[in-house]
Write a new protein. Structure first.
Lengths: 102, 234
């Protein structure tokens, strides 16, 4: 199955999710449990992806340098609430690690 | 149509585009990194670029690109994107009451642009004015501005990704992109933070599971932790 077909399928799913409530359920309330659960899906999924990306392909333990980059980015994100500062802090930490040979 | 009516429409549309500009600028690095991440994979550049206008959501795009690159089965990729995108239904629930007077076709078009920034601006405008046509045009102006900016940022990442990777490898960029999405979502509540921490721990624990299933398990653990904490806190 081609990558384009997968991308189009994912696009169809995201569009269906966006439009379903607007078109079909617009005047009905969203079930309480779904409303509560949906608030945790994004932080849980993105954190899982971030933590998973710390482990090199084929490895079993996190890469220490990536852990430090993630921590620097997290601290900057918490303090600044800025996407740009998140990247700058994380990449700055990565640069320091590269220069010091860690 | 009078010139005043046309002017009013253009004004609302332009105001939406103008108000979106700083938000789009703040999100541009994320779009760039998604493009750069895709440039580091075996995906065809045009297919990777197609994720921006078609999927139009950072988290779902990253999931699609990363899982395609890891060789995950298509069904699992689509299921994960559905899980990641489930919150989009809520955005629809936020905007639906404001769009009740619109045609079905307009609702379908507008739904394609439902993401955090467009909902934030669109809902705020709708609550400030009783003129439904005004806030619908405002929403479209904001949405189309973001759509073009997002496409441009992703394209720039794809074009410059190889050069960027020569200076900074993909791995830290990918980690930071997920961090940039996770932190704002997690900081909204104590239960959100609990969900994020539980999911991160589970992701490290289940990192060895095949086809990216560990991520799906970890996300489920995180959502359960958030719900459990939420239930205990209320």
């Amino acid at each position: 199955m081609s990558a384009l077909f997968v991308v189009v399928s994912c696009a169809a799913v995201t569009f269906a999710l966006r439009a379903s409530v607007v078109v079909a359920l617009g005047e009905r309330p969203v079930p309480a449990t779904l409303r509560r659960a949906s608030g945790y899906i994004l932080p849980a999924t993105m954190s899982a992806l971030a933590a998973g990306a710390l482990v090199p392909a084929g490895g079993s333990a996190p890469d220490l340098r990536l852990v430090i980059v993630a921590l620097a980015g997290t601290i900057a994100a918490v303090r600044s609430r800025s996407v740009a500062w998140t990247f700058l802090a994380g990449l700055g930490a990565y640069g320091v690690l590269a220069v010091t040979g860690v | 149509m009078t010139s005043r009516t046309r002017s009013s429409r253009a004004t609302a549309f332009g105001a939406g585009a103008r108000d979106m500009t700083p938000l789009a600028g703040a999100l541009a690095p994320l779009g760039f990194v998604i493009g750069a991440t895709a440039a580091g994979t075996a995906m065809h550049p045009l297919v990777a670029l197609a994720t921006a206008p078609l999927i139009f959501g950072a988290s779902a795009q990253l999931v699609t690109i990363r899982m395609l690159d890891s060789g995950a089965p298509p069904v699992l990729i689509v299921a994960t994107v559905a899980l990641v995108g489930a919150r989009l239904m809520l955005y629809g629930a936020v905007m639906a009451p404001h769009w009740q007077g619109a045609s079905r076709r307009w609702k379908l078009v507008a739904s394609a642009f439902l993401v955090e920034p467009t909902v934030a601006l669109g809902a705020a405008r709708a609550e400030r004015t009783a003129d439904e046509a005004d806030h619908r045009r405002y929403y479209l102006g904001a949405a189309i501005a973001l759509w073009f900016a997002w496409l441009a940022a992703t394209a720039a990442g794809l074009l410059l990704g190889a050069r960027a990777s020569a200076i900074v490898p993909d791995d830290p960029l990918r980690v930071l992109a997920f961090v940039a999405l996770a932190v704002p979502a997690a900081r909204a509540s104590a239960s959100g933070r609990r969900a994020a921490l539980a999911a991160a721990g589970a992701a490290l624990l289940f990192a060895g599971l095949p086809f990216g299933t560990g991520m799906l398990v970890a996300a489920t653990v995180g959502v359960a932790a958030g719900l459990w904490h939420d239930g205990g806190a209320t």
